[in-house]
Every structure is written in structure tokens, then in C-alpha cells.
Design a protein around this ligand. Sequence first.
Ligand SMILES: CC(C)(COP(=O)(O)OP(=O)(O)OC[C@H]1O[C@@H](n2cnc3c(N)ncnc32)[C@H](O)[C@@H]1OP(=O)(O)O)[C@@H](O)C(=O)NCCC(=O)NCCS
Length: 161
Amino acid sequence: MSEYIAGVTLRRAKEEDWNKIYELYSTLSDDDLYLRYFHLYRPTVEDVKKLTNENDHITILAEYNGKIIGEGTIYNDGEFSLVVHPEFRRYGIGSMIVKSLINEGKRMGLKKIKFYTLSENMPMIKLGRKLGFKLINDEDEIYGELIVNSIQSESTYEIYA
Ligand SMILES: CC(C)(COP(=O)(O)OP(=O)(O)OC[C@H]1O[C@@H](n2cnc3c(N)ncnc32)[C@H](O)[C@@H]1OP(=O)(O)O)[C@@H](O)C(=O)NCCC(=O)NCCS
């Protein structure tokens, strides 16, 4: 079981957050970027700005002491991905971001929420399994899917405060 950190909050990204998200991505190692994008790719300022100003997705941020320590994005087709700052891993933050993305997906009216990950990505596989995703092994990739029912109600992002 992961331990939790008090004072971490989750919220939707705003346009002015792009530079803090860019800072988060600059803390990632080549291995992290490979796991995130399936090849070694370092996102540009333009890529990060798209997270905060395009409308085909919802981005959730984890914040701690004014710093962005996690980012997760769910797209209109139900696919999501996320990253957590290396120093803040194994505290349950990735799991909380994915729970929040599932709620966003339900509000978007999605029937299915899904992710792809590499078969060596143990944290992501454990996370998906724990949250009830059906995992399908496809050679060096794992596909995770969760069937959901839409909801109308709002839920809080104030998770650990
Ligand atoms: C995947 C990632 C987002 C997980 O974030 P996190 O905040 O560490 O996730 P959690 O703390 O909620 O941990 C999820 C589960 O994985 C386990 N876990 C985390 N890191 C682990 C590691 N290095 N080895 C083994 N298990 C690990 C945790 O123990 C937890 O399981 P548990 O609740 O049964 O104990 C993070 O490792 C990351 O940013 N990786 C690089 C980018 C990436 O791979 N993104 C996913 C692309 S789809």
C-alpha cells in the first residue's frame, strides 16, 4: 500500500498553469519520458500549452505547496495518461489522479476509460489493476479498460487536505 502525503490537492488545469506543467516535465528522466510516450520524447512548450488550451481533453493537476507534482489527461475518446514527479511517487498520487480522471470521464458521458502502457511499467499496471481496469496483454504493451456509467454529480478534488 502507498502512504499518503497531507496537503496534496487535485484540480483542473487552467491556461496559466502551462509553465508549472513544463517544469514538472523537465524533472522527468529519459526512462520516465519513454514510459509516458512509448518513445523518448521531451515535450515542447507548445505541447504543454496544448494541455491547457485545447478542448479535446480534461487535464487534472496534483499540487503541493504551490508546485505541480502530477498531471493526468483524459481525452474525448476515453484514453488517459499521467505522470507524477519522481520525488513524489509511491504516495498514492498517481492513483488519486486516475480516480479523478475516471470521474471526469463519467461526467464527459464516456462508456469506456482506457490506457496503454508498456509491459515493463509495473507501477502503471499495479495502479490499473487496483482501480479495477481489465488488463489485456498485447506483446510488449498492456491495454487497460474500465467500463463506466455516466454521472451527473460533482465530486471534490480536495483529496488529502
Ligand atoms: C505510473 C506513475 C504515474 C505512478 O504514480 P505514483 O504516484 O507512484 O502511483 P501510486 O503511488 O498511486 O502507486 C500505484 C501503485 O504502483 C505501485 N508502485 C509505484 N511505484 C512502484 C515501483 N517503482 N515498483 C513497484 N510498484 C510501484 C504502488 O505501490 C501502488 O500500488 P499499491 O497501492 O498496491 O501499493 C509514475 O510511476 C510515473 O509518473 N511514471 C512515469 C510516467 C508513466 O509511466 N506514466 C504512465 C503512462 S500510461
